[in-house]
Structures are given as structure tokens and as C-alpha cells.
Design a protein around this ligand. Sequence first.
Ligand SMILES: CC(C)(COP(=O)(O)OP(=O)(O)OC[C@H]1O[C@@H](n2cnc3c(N)ncnc32)[C@H](O)[C@@H]1OP(=O)(O)O)[C@@H](O)C(=O)NCCC(=O)NCCS
Length: 169
Amino acid sequence: MTSPIHSLTVQTARPENARDVAVLLDLAFGPGRFAKTAARLREGNRPIEALSLLAFEGDNLRASVQFWPILIGSDPALLLGPLAVDPAERGRGIGLSLMAHGLDKARGLGHGRVVLVGDAPYYAKVGFVPAPSGAMTMPGPVDPARLLVRELTDGAMAGVGGKITACPA
Ligand SMILES: CC(C)(COP(=O)(O)OP(=O)(O)OC[C@H]1O[C@@H](n2cnc3c(N)ncnc32)[C@H](O)[C@@H]1OP(=O)(O)O)[C@@H](O)C(=O)NCCC(=O)NCCS
């Protein structure tokens, strides 16, 4: 599949990519990534295979993103993350391009809403907005300004709230 960045191709992750992806995530986040509140939602959970996406230029891995099944209260949703771009290749639009690709694909697979914890000014570029104040709670401490949501279909967040929990398939 071709992305808006001409030289980039997006593929679903395969077992043989696992080592390169782990290196990329360690470079991007360091070991501290496992201590974050969002990591609680990945424990005992599995990323959705069709939405575990890698961006390549030629044979070179440039970026990775995953989406995980969760519940907000009793409503299904996706957790986006981690998103990581090769440090040497940042600022080229790769992160936004890969995310936009993933969000489109998620919508096509019938998903309606996505949650993440991250920098609001960055994720606003692909349509994320702050979660309504007090509407939903993560399984640990999170800066409320960094808890962001994105509707994939109109009205998908209306009336949705409660505890955010992992929802392994
Ligand atoms: C955050 C990250 C994914 C961005 O990837 P990237 O490919 O460099 O980003 P893009 O090139 O797609 O986006 C560039 C735009 O986003 C802006 N931007 C990038 N990081 C930003 C941030 N943290 N806050 C606000 N804006 C940001 C840039 O200024 C640029 O804006 P412009 O187009 O108006 O000039 C990358 O820096 C990374 O892997 N960081 C380490 C891991 C991380 O923090 N991941 C996100 C948390 S899950």
C-alpha cells in the first residue's frame, strides 16, 4: 500500500520485523515506556494484527504504530500507540502519514473511536481532541490534557464514558 509520502510503503508487521520494531521503540521511548499508564492497557492484550503498521522506505524501517482493543465503559474502542519514528527521519511527515493511514484502515474495519495519551498539538493534526473533562478514566495517573480521543464515524463518542480497560480479543 502506498502512502501520501511517495517513497514510503506501509505494511502490516510480520514476526520477522519484531526485532527491528523493538529497536525502534527502544530508541524512541527507552525502557520507561513499560511504566506508562497506557502500558497497563497493553498487558495481557494483543495489538490488532491488521492495524500493526510499519512504514518502510526501501528496506529501511522508518516508523511503527499499533492499535489495541479496549473498552470505554462498555463501548469498544482502540488505543493508539506506541507511535515511533526513526529519530533520523523525523519532521518529514512520516508519523502523521502513518497514523492517518492507520485511522483510515481502522474506520474501514468498522472501528468507531480511538483513544491515546500524547501531545495534543501533535495529534490534533490528525483530528484528535481532548477527552471531555471527567468523562473517562485511565487505569493509572494521566495528565487530563494528554488524554485524547478521535471519532472515526460521526457521533461515535456521543455519550461514551467510564473506565478505560483492556479488551483482549
Ligand atoms: C512524535 C513523533 C512520532 C513525531 O513523528 P514525525 O514523523 O517526526 O512527525 P511528523 O513529521 O509526522 O509531524 C511533523 C509536525 O508535527 C509537529 N510535531 C512533532 N512532534 C510534536 C509534538 N510532540 N508536539 C507538537 N507538535 C509536534 C512538528 O512540529 C511538525 O509540524 P508542522 O508540520 O506544522 O511543521 C516522533 O518524534 C517520535 O517518534 N517521537 C518519540 C516517540 C514519541 O514521543 N511518540 C509519541 C507518543 S506515543
